[in-house]
Design a protein. Structure first.
Lengths: 277, 537
């Protein structure tokens, strides 16, 4: 899809005036309750950029995630493995703030999940991409970047689009994409903004070989820039690239530490984890 | 890696992008289609106005009738306000009333943009539309009612409009507050039932005034003191303001679930796909089967009568909400039929609707079978036979619903012979509820039937096809009507009711035969309509 000649120009970002910035800071200080309290308070001293304290999630009498304690250090690479229904996606969605905790707490960069600072520090790429029907890939990137206060140049956006392998589809609507292309667009959206923690759910599903290589390269770049990366995957070989592997079974953490692909298959005990499956 | 400007005005960016998207949507709008939709909406409004005029009537009320309206009008309007408020509370306790774009939940609400300001636009758009519709409805009702009531036309129009606006603002605001407080679903339902019950008691004269009676006073301004109504308007505005102020505390989990399901729900509703509406509504309310059944029935290998055992196991996992709903529907059907017996014939429709809705829950196992046709086709049993084998459990469940109805009908006003009559009428109600729901489940558009219809009656046939399940369910209430007629004529009410129940049971037999051989009948009709096509390879 090409932009019509008379199409309105996409909006440009704007900085707050000094008055607005001061008012915003005052409002943040004045708010005594809820997430905005964290905005005014200085960040507490934390041992991890992503902290879970007895975090759990239940649906009625179904326990999706048993109380979980976890700390992910800045710059750490973590693989999250487990059966279907073991609680991987539930944990990632809890950390992103898309699900509400049944008990316990999760902090991102020292702020409770859901606080504006936590939202600014965490990027979540889900396994089921949800994108706007009326925005092209390039427009998506410009939009999401502006929502995070990023003033990205056209060259920077083009670089990201090319890196993810969507250069020739940048002006097309993702609503008409295949599953794999939508996954690529969602990854680009997740990477177009700053973050200290990147959560990626099943990123390899539906991706072709060049797409996988591009993804691994981009994850390495994010890691090199100091971000903590948590990837939920069914790809046993991926654990060789990480510092730490967390294995979940029936919502419980059964392993936390370095591991190998064979060990993953033994831990999870599922033929679905056999290489090539 | 990208870096953020800490002083970037995120809310301004969001607003600008939203304006940009709106401008582009308008630029790409197909004006002919939009005008066509506007014309259809105008026609629908004209038809609704005409129908409303028929319902309200045109003859001026007598002095005694006007006195009745003045005395009880606020209670009736209070009941309407209670129903609206109940809908709002139930919606709020399930994450409503906002319906957001799913991508907005993922991208806007997960960004550091101020959530209250991000949600204010969609919330104001939604309430603006609802207030507009309420104002139009209020003006129309006020205009028509003024012809029958004493007082100025302008006064009644203003009064009805103010009532509609205040009620909508209250319901919407209450929904927002309930949502921001994360009111549990059961609490929302309990509050809703309490409010409607109190307003109904006010209408019946059992209590002096219900909590929503002041809203009724708004609609009676031309003939009643204004003070309570003014207080009600003020409360509505405060509740709406509180709801808008707490917008930022929305639950993302509920918002995402709603954004995903509500669009599908509306689409299914426009297609009159009752089963899909039921399934999506359950998902919206998180109505999941129990992990632990109420009573555990052990599986001992391969069993005889697997279909009805499967139905029984499914019923034993019904969540408490569904059991509660069935009890409530049983009570509604029982009370409505008691009202029919007392002379209010239109309550037949309410009883039939309650039985139909209960039937939709009772026939869940059969519905699941129809939801998975590839599974059904893979077993060596004809689909019709399989459907019929699901009926015993459904009839059993509806028998329990009918028993609740019997208890409600008898206890509301104990009388000699009431229990006997109710027990005779109950089986017909149970069977008709199952038949109505069953007909709805298998009521896919039938091209052969459509072919047989002359083009002039196709529209009427489609209307009949849609109404058929409800008509079947209402048929189950006929024994009450027959008994009332016999009683009025001094005949044996119970005996007549028994005969009518037998007639309904015979009708249920016909329904079972139709359910069993539906495909064969369709094939026979197809062959009769187009015999050559049948012989094609």
């Amino acid at each position: 899809m090409t932009e019509p000649a008379d199409a309105p120009r996409t909006p440009q970002p704007r900085r707050r005036s000094r008055d607005q910035a001061a008012r915003r800071a005052r409002l943040a200080r004045d708010k005594a309750t809820g997430p905005s309290r964290a905005r005014a308070a200085p960040p507490p001293v934390v041992t991890g950029v992503l902290l879970a304290r007895r975090a759990s999630k239940s649906y009625s009498d179904l326990v999706a995630l048993a109380p979980l304690d976890l700390a992910v250090a800045p710059g750490e690479r973590v693989a999250l493995v487990g059966h279907n229904g073991s609680g991987k996606s539930t944990f990632l969605r809890l950390a992103a703030g898309l699900l509400e905790l049944t008990s316990g707490a999760i902090e991102v960069a020292g702020y409770p999940v859901g606080a504006p600072e936590a939202r600014a520090a965490l990027s979540f790429v889900p396994d089921n991409p949800v994108l706007y029907d009326d925005l092209s890939v390039r427009e998506h990137l410009a939009y999401i970047a502006s929502l995070h206060g990023v003033d990205a140049s056209e060259e920077q956006l083009n670089e990201l689009i090319a890196a993810i392998g969507l250069a020739d589809r940048a002006d097309d609507l993702p609503a008409r994409f295949s599953r794999g292309l939508r996954q690529k667009a969602a990854l680009a959206v997740g990477l177009v903004r700053p973050f200290q923690v990147l959560l990626v759910d099943e990123p390899f599903v539906g991706l072709d070989v060049p797409g996988r290589e591009a993804l691994l390269r981009l994850l390495d770049e994010a890691h090199a820039a100091g971000a903590a990366i948590v990837v939920a995957t069914h790809e046993p070989s991926y654990v060789e690239r990480v510092d730490r592997c967390l294995a979940l079974r029936d919502g419980r953490l059964i392993h936390d530490g370095p591991t190998t692909p064979d060990e993953v298959v033994r831990l999870v005990g599922d033929q679905a984890y056999a290489p090539g499956a | 890696m990208f870096t953020a400007d800490p002083d970037a005005d995120l809310e301004y960016s969001l607003a600008e992008w939203r304006r940009w998207r709106t401008r582009r949507r308008i630029a790409e709008l197909a004006w002919i289609d939009a005008l066509y939709h506007a014309e259809l909406t105008g026609l629908a409004c004209a038809v609704a106005f005409y129908a409303l005029a028929g319902v309200i009537g045109g003859a001026a009320l007598s002095a005694s009738q006007m006195a009745d309206v003045s005395r009880t009008g606020d209670a009736w309007l209070g009941l309407a306000a209670a129903v609206a408020l109940a809908v709002g509370l139930r919606s709020g306790s399930r994450g409503g009333p906002l319906v957001l774009e799913q991508a907005d939940v993922r991208h806007v609400l997960l960004s550091p943009v101020d959530r209250r300001r991000a949600l204010l636009g969609p919330a104001l758009r939604q309430i603006r539309f609802q207030l507009f519709v309420a104002a139009c409805g209020g003006l129309a009702v006020g205009f028509l009612a003024a012809h029958r009531l004493t007082g100025s036309t302008a006064g009644w129009m203003a009064s009805a409009t103010a009532f509609a606006l205040a009620t909508v603002a209250l319901a919407f605001g209450a929904a927002l507050v309930a949502s921001s407080l994360r009111l549990p679903s059961w609490a929302g339902t309990a509050l809703a039932i309490g409010l409607v019950a109190a307003a109904a008691a006010d209408v019946a004269g059992a209590i002096p005034a219900s909590p929503t009676a002041p809203w009724g006073r708004i609609g009676m301004w031309p003939v009643q003191p204004a003070a309570p109504g003014i207080v009600a308007v003020a409360i509505s505005l405060v509740v709406l303001g509180a709801g808008l102020a707490r917008l930022g505390r929305v639950s993302l989990e509920s918002a995402e679930r709603r954004s995903r399901l509500v669009g599908q729900l509306r689409f299914a509703a426009t297609l009159q796909d009752v089963r899909t509406v039921v399934v999506l509504r359950r998902q919206l309310a998180l109505e999941l089967p129990r992990l632990r059944p109420w009573v555990r029935v052990r599986v001992r290998g391969t069993e005889r009568r697997p279909v009805w055992r499967r139905g029984l196991r499914g019923a034993l996992r019904w969540p408490a909400a569904r059991v509660g709903r069935l009890v409530l529907l049983g009570v509604v059907a029982g009370l409505a039929l008691r009202g029919v017996w007392a002379g209010t014939t239109p309550l037949l429709a309410l009883a039939g609707a309650a039985l139909f809705l209960a039937g939709l829950d009772a026939t869940e196992a059969m519905a699941q079978e129809l939801d998975h046709p590839s599974l059904t086709d893979s077993v060596p049993v004809t689909p019709g036979s399989l459907r019929v084998r699901h009926l015993p459990v459904a009839v059993g469940a509806m028998a329990l619903v009918a028993a609740v109805g019997v208890a409600a009908a008898v206890l509301v006003e104990p009388a000699t012979g009431a229990l006997e009559l109710a027990l005779v009428c109950a089986p017909a109600a149970a069977l008709a509820g199952v038949a109505g729901a069953g007909a709805s489940l298998v009521a896919v558009p039938d091209p052969v039937e459509a072919l047989l219809m002359p083009p002039e009656v196709t529209g009427a046939y489609q209307a009949f096809r849609i109404a058929r399940p409800l008509v079947l369910a209402i048929a189950g209430t006929l024994p009450v009507l027959a008994a009332r007629a016999a009683d009025g004529a001094g005949g044996p009410a119970v005996a007549v009711a028994g005969t009518a129940t037998l007639a309904v049971a015979a009708g249920f037999g016909v329904f079972v035969a139709w359910l069993r051989s539906r495909e064969a009948l369709q094939k026979a009709l197809q062959a009769a309509v187009n015999p050559r096509k049948e012989n094609r390879p």
